[in-house]
Write a protein that binds this ligand. Structure first.
Ligand code: PRX
Length: 576
């Protein structure tokens, strides 16, 4: 869809009230330590992220300010910081009554709703590590994550609870169900009844900066999803990137469109806005262009953080639609999760009259690392420049830094505040990211230009990014081969103009099965109902045989080459 990249095209800074006035100056002078006096731990040595997000604003006289504006097709509600403090206190007490202690894993498997945020904050307040689960996950995906993390409690709702296989989860003690109907099943507790009984006064569990905060499961190219652990210390970076990249000012109305099941929805849907004390908009339900524009308009959103797929869909819906809404409140737009096409940036400027600021980071990095700042020119197609305090480089496989325009591994000097602290139960996996002395290796390839802007090129591994959602091919392949008709399956990301990539599966059928459109649909539904809708292959191609190494590993690289009509490269390890 795009013309070749132009490294000299610039969208200049617009006039504004930026929190970060001069990027180059900040790079020279900024120290992470300078941010710390913002937080309570500076005085006490102990901290709790939920206190810093919510209670602190009440204690400092901002209790009546609106913290959360929630809406969906049925509900339209607002909550002040004081109300969120009291509700999360209640939920914290409820969890304590259920025996939850510091360090226990409390998972949240709910649709976006005020109760999700109350549960999230309440769990943090008693020192639990929160594991958010995206609501589209089906039984197999839920089981893997709860088993690996040994979760003690899951908070869910009546619609989703059936996907929690309690019979397989001996460590799981309670399932707290919002909107419970009928008599509670085994291990079930009513969310509403627990809240009703609980006191509004809570003694917060003060923790150390290095204690666990959130556990996000994410996909790699091999093996099951891995649990990326972040700690309370990450909030230093959540706060300061909120101030300088999101450009949050106290009067802002901020909307991050990501679901808290993904890292953007926690780091930038919970922590960054509330640490900065702004009003946070949450919209429930699915994407629709009308609905999104209406949300921007009706809530008078000023800062909007979204994703390329959504922007491409909005672009597809056209200019006419934009004119039907009053979007004049929107001051600052940002994007994350996949490459942001220069086309989209130019369109945004023309139609919204605003620059779209790309940001690059990952589940593992916990917060933004490479960004476009309101005070800096944008080069459409570039991810921007490293955040002050972040040392980013392009290195070869031995860790040697490469000159401008040479493609290599995007690496970050180890030790920023929101860096993941562990892969749950898997220290070897954690070490892999740090295999080059002193560096974190992202798995993305990129290059830098002579002005220090970074340009994304692709993934080094087989991880698929479909509509900004990260999907591991192994997880999908494992599900596919559970289908009785499937003998072997190989899964790749196929380039797609709207979704970035779509999932394509190559399948060899078992004897006795014939290829047909019905069978494709059946297999697709099998993955959708067993794993997750977003993980189901949109395209399926039947083949008599799949390319494999002599040790039996499916060669996805060859499948990808077939798909793109490219040379297959070195085939010396392929079986006959
Ligand atoms: O490949 C990069 C892509 O998304 C991956 C991280 O996915 P996840 O952990 O799900 O986190 C997404 C949101 C933080 C990266 O390895 N990615 C993320 N941001 C960008 C991007 N690709 C291109 N441009 C970006 N701005």
């Amino acid at each position: 869809m795009d013309k070749p990249l132009d490294h000299n095209e610039r969208i200049p800074v617009v006039k504004g009230n930026f929190n970060l006035k001069d990027y180059e100056e900040a790079r020279r002078t900024f120290r992470w330590e300078d941010v710390e006096p913002r937080f309570t731990w500076h005085r006490t040595g102990k901290v709790n992220a939920a206190y810093e997000c919510i209670d602190r604003h009440v204690d400092e006289g901002r209790g009546d300010k609106v913290a959360l504006l929630y809406s969906d097709a049925q509900r339209n509600e607002s909550y002040t910081f004081r109300q969120l403090r009291d509700l999360s206190n209640r939920f914290g007490n409820a969890l304590r009554k259920l025996g939850v202690k510091k360090g226990d894993r409390v998972f949240i498997f709910m649709s976006r709703s005020p109760e999700l945020y109350v549960a999230f904050l309440g769990a943090l307040k008693v020192g639990a590590i929160v594991g958010p689960l995206f609501e589209a996950f089906m039984e197999a995906a839920v089981r893997d994550r709860l088993q690996d993390s040994q979760a003690k409690v899951v908070v869910t709702n009546e619609r989703l609870k059936g996907r929690i296989p309690i019979q397989d989860l001996s460590h799981l003690e309670h399932v707290v169900v919002q909107g419970l109907t009928g008599t509670p099943g085994p291990k079930e507790q009513s969310f509403e009844a627990l809240m009703e009984e609980a006191s509004q006064e809570l003694a917060i569990e003060w923790v150390d900066r290095e204690d666990g905060l959130v556990l996000h499961y994410t996909s790699g190219s091999t093996g099951k999803p891995k649990g990326v652990l972040h700690v309370h210390n990450a909030m230093i970076q959540h706060y300061i990137t909120g101030l300088w990249v999101l450009d949050l000012h106290p009067e802002d109305i901020y909307w991050c469109t990501a679901d808290p099941g993904w890292v953007t929805g926690t780091s930038y849907g919970i922590f960054a806005p509330w640490l900065n004390g702004v009003t946070n908009v949450v919209r429930g339900g699915r994407f629709s262009q009308e609905d999104w524009y209406k949300t921007l308009q009706d809530h008078r959103v000023t800062v909007w953080y979204t994703a390329p797929t959504a922007l491409r869909m909005l672009m597809g819906a056209g200019e006419e639609l934009v004119r039907q809404y009053d979007l004049s409140s929107v001051r600052h737009i940002l994007s994350v999760g996949e490459p942001l096409n220069p086309e989209v940036v130019r369109w945004g400027l023309k139609v919204y009259g605003r620059r779209i600021h790309d940001t690059w980071w990952m589940t593992e990095t916990g917060a933004q690392l490479i960004c476009n700042y309101p005070c800096m020119d944008i080069k459409p197609g570039s991810m921007g420049k490293p955040f002050p305090g972040i040392d980013a480089a392009i290195v070869d496989d031995e860790g040697r830094e490469l000159p401008p325009y040479q493609m290599g591994n995007l690496a970050i000097r180890r030790g920023w505040p929101s860096m993941m602290r562990a892969i749950w139960n898997n220290p070897a996996k954690y070490q892999e990211y740090f295999r080059l002395e002193g560096w974190y290796i992202s798995g993305d390839s990129a290059y830098r230009d002579e002005d220090g802007y970074f340009w994304f090129q692709g993934r080094v591994d087989d991880v698929i990014n479909t509509s900004g959602e990260r999907v591991g091919p192994f997880e999908v392949e494992s599900k596919l081969v559970e289908h009785p008709a499937v003998a072997e399956a190989g899964v790749i990301g196929k380039p797609d103009p709207v979704r970035g990539e779509i999932i394509k599966a190559f399948i060899a059928l078992r004897q006795g099965y014939e290829p047909s459109e019905e069978l494709k649909q059946e297999i697709r539904d099998f993955v959708k109902n067993g794993l997750a809708a977003h993980a189901a292959p949109r395209e399926i191609e039947f083949r008599d045989k799949l390319p494999k190494t002599r040790s039996g590993k499916i060669m996805r690289r060859v499948l990808k080459a077939w798909e793109l009509g490219l040379p297959t490269g070195d085939l010396s390890t392929m079986e006959d």
